[in-house]
Design a binder for this molecule. Structure first.
Ligand SMILES: Nc1ncnc2c1ncn2[C@@H]1O[C@H](COP(=O)(O)OP(=O)(O)OP(=O)(O)O)[C@@H](O)[C@H]1O
Length: 261
């Protein structure tokens, strides 16, 4: 099941300072939306505001018309799941237990896990190629293994919308591709913060480029990326070409030519 996501005029102040100003996006059901921008531009803040961890000073977030920020956490968790940056936690739990936490939003307090929960958890682990990790202690996993398990926990919520902050962190190449292909495979709408602009261009239907908390470009990858924008926002020299195999926009950077030289 999938959903429309509408972010309208969201602004956030942190420590008495505006860190996000008037950000809007509209994702049609099943779309993959990328949030890009340099360090500190407000990507994580936007995602945190979208999932109700941060209270925006203005604006609202709607999923199929439902005001996410006014929805009870438990109801919200059935609709929207998140994988946040380095939310590794030092759980003294097995991998299966951690992923089972994703089922909590469907249960009453102290309700036992049932066969359906176990099937959903096994499927979620298989979706991130982590089935063989299920009995391992979460705390002793490698960074990439942990990241995949946390993605599995989000999948186990069976959400309509998946919000992911740098999901490719710690992942090897194949698992990066798998993680970004996952929303389409599951048929959910996704909003994903990404640093790798080529991955963003490949996997996202629409991109929103943040700079100093403002939304400076929005549109398809073709519309958002050009040499002038790379120079202005990232301070790097590069050309935007077409990927010879996929035909998607592909950025070729000249690392020797940063604008800070
Ligand atoms: N609790 C806070 N109090 C004050 N300022 C904060 C707080 N949390 C974040 N900020 C600031 O808000 C700005 C946006 O941070 P945010 O984490 O959203 O950026 P980002 O685009 O996700 O960056 P990165 O690419 O480094 O992950 C930064 O300048 C950051 O220092």
């Amino acid at each position: 099941m999938t959903a429309r996501v509408e972010v309208s005029g969201v602004s956030v102040e942190l420590g008495g300072r505006p860190v996000l100003r008037d950000v809007s996006l509209d994702a049609k059901p099943g779309e993959v939306v990328g949030i890009v921008g340099p360090n500190g531009s407000g990507k994580s803040t936007l995602l945190r505001a979208m999932i109700g961890i941060l209270q925006p000073s203005a604006g609202n977030v709607r999923i199929d018309g439902l005001d996410v920020l006014k929805t009870k956490a438990r109801d919200r968790a059935r609709i929207l799941a998140a994988v946040l940056q380095d939310a590794t936690g030092d759980f003294d739990l097995t991998v299966q237990d951690v992923v089972m936490m994703g089922r909590a939003c469907y249960k009453k307090a102290f309700e036992r896990d049932n066969d359906r929960d176990r099937t959903v958890v096994a499927d979620a682990l298989a979706a991130v190629d982590a089935g063989d990790l299920k009995d391992r202690q979460f705390a002793f996993l490698s960074g990439g293994e942990r990241q995949r398990v946390l993605i599995a926990r989000a999948i186990a919520q069976q959400p309509r919308v998946l919000v992911m902050d740098e999901p490719t962190n710690h992942l090897d190449l194949r698992h990066q591709f798998d993680a970004l292909a996952l929303p389409r495979k599951l048929g959910v709408t996704a909003v994903i913060a990404l640093h790798d602009l080529n991955l963003a261009a490949h996997y996202c239907d629409q991109l929103h480029l943040l700079h100093h908390g403002s939304q400076v470009r929005s549109g398809t990858p073709e519309e958002v990326f050009d040499s002038a924008t790379l120079a202005e926002v990232y301070g790097v020299a590069g050309v935007v070409t077409s990927h010879p195999v996929t035909g998607r926009p592909h950025i070729m950077l000249d690392p020797g030519e940063t604008m800070n030289k």
